[in-house]
Every structure is written in structure tokens, then in C-alpha cells.
Write a protein that binds this ligand. Sequence first.
Ligand SMILES: [Zn+2]
Length: 217
Amino acid sequence: MSRKPQMIKVEVPKVVQDELLAAAAAEYNRECMGLLFGWVSKKGTKYEIDCAIPIQTARRTKDTVYVQNKDRKRLDRMVKVFAPRDISLVGFYHSHPNYKPSPSPDDIGATLEDAAYMLPKGRKPIEIIIGVSAKKRSAGRVRFVEKEVKMNLKLSEFKKGELPDGERFVTAIGRLIRVPVSENRYQEYRMAAWAFYLDPRDQDIECFEACQIKVTS
Ligand SMILES: [Zn+2]
């Protein structure tokens, strides 16, 4: 058996995790969207996030979020402002209201398209997806929970043949945050990170891999 290549590690400072949480909570049942800035290791196996900036002009509905072409210039300015400090665009984030934090085929396509236009050449864009649950009821008293979790996610949005190697399930290492909203109800957020790329042997095939989010202080 061949050894599985190591998961890409995405280091997210605690304060950035909280910003992502707040961005998803603010939009709640609409999708939020933003840019991730930071640094990537030489081999591309470690991404360090410096900051997460919301795209104020993103158009949103309950299951889509996108930037209109006329607003792209604003994004260019966001990218340029960090360039003198060698901080570059490493990817994007968006939320999935009432859904899992796994990518849809459209997510992969849209991210790769944006990345081709905005990221340094040859860099795999990462996407942090925040799944926001509707308020859940708990039998007992709810406590605040924040922890690293292994998520086994079923990629149900993909049609037959759309997945590389026919993989239906994928394991990501991400974050679970459970926020009490009343005595016996809580809101749950699940964050997972993904790296997207085109198959080096066939540029028509869009690929993805699950990453590991590591929250740093
Ligand atoms: Zn999505």
C-alpha cells in the first residue's frame, strides 16, 4: 500500500477563527464570503493565515455568493495593500447555511477561476468553508464547545463520475464550535479547509483535497 501524502496544514490564529465565526454568524442564513491572506511554505504543505477579510460587495442569497465583475477592482486593491509586506492571497472563505462544510462542484470551479486571476501562479488556493446549522435543541443544559474534530463528510452534491477515484467520503480535520443561544438550544459551526487544483496530467479535471486546520494562539 502506498502511503497517503500528508494533509496540508492550515494554521489559523485564534483571532482569525473568531473572525470567520462572526462573519458566518452575521450572515446566518445567507452565505458570507471573503479573502484569506497569509504565507505558504516552499513545498506548499503549510499555509499560515494572517487575516480573513470579508468581501463587502459580495452578492448573496441563501445558497450562492459571488463577486460581480465590476467589483473585482476592489479585490485587486485588497491584494495590493499587503504586497509590500510579502503577505499574499492564499485563498477564500465562505459559509454554508444549514449545510456541511464540504465543497460543491461549483465551489471548486469558482475558486479555481478566481485563483487563476488573483493568486500567485502555481499556488493551490485553499478554501475555508463554515457550515452553519439551524438552532439545535439539546436534552441537557448547553455548554460552549470549541474543539478540533475529525469530520467524515459525504460529498453528496457530486454526481456519479464527478469525483476523483470515485471517493464519496472524505475526512477533514477542522473545528467545531457550539454556541448556546438559550437554556436548551445551541448554534453549531463546523469549519473545514480544502485545497483545490487542476490535475497536472489533465487540466480539465478539477481536484480537491481535505486539509487540517490547526488553530494557533
Ligand atoms: Zn459552497
